[in-house]
Each structure stands twice: as C-alpha cells, then as structure tokens.
Design a binder for this molecule. Structure first.
Ligand SMILES: Nc1nc2c(c(=O)[nH]1)N[C@H]1C(S)=C(S)[C@@H](COP(=O)(O)O)O[C@H]1N2
Ligand SMILES: [Mo]
Length: 204
C-alpha cells in the first residue's frame, strides 16, 4: 500500500496498548534511571523553587510554601528518547497553571521556558506546553515521595514530550524569548521533542 501513512486515530481503533506506544518505543515495567550527573543530596530546608522573567525574579517558594499550594494528580504515559515507554504512571504535584496563578500571573511573561536544575542540567520547553494541566512540578510518584534518583524532592513533569524535558531536581523556571536550548538540545537532540512525531534528534 502506498500513500498517506495510517493516522493515529485509525491505528488506535483496536484499543489495546499499542495505540499508546509512539513509533520506535517499547514498553517497560520497571522505571529506568537516566541522569547526566550524580543525584544531588535532598536538602528541604534550603530547597527553593523560583519563577524568573528573564533575569528578574517573579516568585519564589520554600518547600513548606510549595506544599501549601493546591495539588493535582496526573496519570500519564511517559516516553524516553532511549526508546522505553511506561504507561499509566501516577504523579502528584503542583501544576504550572497553579504556580503562575500563585505568582499573580494570568499568562506566561515570555513564550519559552528554560528549566534549571540542582546540578546544572537545563532543558527548554515552549511555555504553552506547560499550561492547561499539561505539566506539573511533581513530588510524589505512585503514592510515595519522589525517589531522589528520579528527581526528588521535586521534578518537572511534561509527559507529552520525551522524558528528557521532565527536568529532575528542578529549581527554577526561567521565562525567555527567544528560546534557549538546554543541555540535550545543545547536544544534538530535538528542540521540541514530540514522541508521536519521533522528534529525537535535531533535524527529525
Ligand atoms: N536534572 C536532570 N534532569 C533530567 C535528566 C538529568 O540528567 N538531569 N535526565 C533526563 C532524561 S534524559 C530522562 S529520560 C529523564 C529520566 O528520568 P528518570 O531517571 O526518573 O527515569 O530525566 C530527565 N531529566
Ligand atoms: Mo532520556
């Protein structure tokens, strides 16, 4: 058969889990750890999460203040660019919508975000990809506090993009314009990283 590729909706007809596995991915039951560096020690007394507009601080929360914000539960599938996918993962955290609201913002001050982590890792995401319940700062996984090797005490979760966008040990979301490529994006990976369009590498 030639012509247009079969659409996702069509392929999904049979139900089942295959329709939930993006091209080139396979399912895993375990939860692999992928870190570019060592796991930073957990230090809740000095933990801070901040929002910046360029170089100007917008808001900052201590751990206590962060936990006092309204919380959200998310059940989502996650997809790592190294080809593993994991279905129906359960997370609790604070949505980015809630953070913006708590900071007194009705919309993102700039169209792009650079997430900064303890340890120096960075990743970039368009601001709109963090809104409308699509992303959160997660602090619980499967009903337990988030394991340090998986980003505890808290990580960004952006499940509709490859998992390298879900920055572990996140400390700051910096709103910027133009977009600033993060660690993997600077090292040959795709600037956006949509698993359904198999945007693994620059140029895909
Ligand atoms: N701070 C930080 N966040 C990170 C990474 C990292 O090396 N450092 N690796 C990314 C990559 S490539 C992936 S696939 C996921 C892995 O998350 P996990 O170790 O919880 O599976 O975290 C992402 N977030
Ligand atoms: Mo990854």
């Amino acid at each position: 058969m030639t012509g247009a590729p079969i659409s996702r909706g069509f392929r999904g007809r049979g139900g089942g889990t295959n329709s939930r596995v993006p091209p080139g991915q396979h399912l895993v039951e375990d939860f692999p750890v992928l870190s570019a560096g060592p796991t930073p020690p957990v230090d809740l007394a000095n933990w801070r999460l901040s929002l910046d507009d360029g170089d100007s601080p917008l808001a900052e929360w201590t751990w206590q203040q962060f936990l006092a914000l309204p919380q959200t539960d998310l059940t989502v599938d996650i997809h790592c660019v190294t080809t593993w996918s994991k279905l129906d993962t359960h997370w609790k955290g604070v949505s980015i919508d809630t953070l913006l609201e708590a900071a007194g913002l009705t919309e993102p001050p700039q169209p792009y975000v650079l997430a900064h982590c303890d340890g120096g890792y960075t990743t970039n995401i368009p601001a709109e990809d963090l809104l409308d319940g699509k992303a959160m700062i997660a602090f619980e996984f499967e009903g337990e506090e988030l394991d340090p090797e998986h980003g505890g005490p808290a990580r960004l979760l952006v499940p509709h993009l490859y998992f390298w966008k879900s920055a572990k040990w996140v400390q700051k979301l910096q709103f910027v314009d133009p977009e600033i490529p993060g660690f993997w994006e600077e090292n040959g990976y795709h600037i956006y990283g949509d698993p359904w369009r198999e945007q693994r590498y620059d140029g895909d």
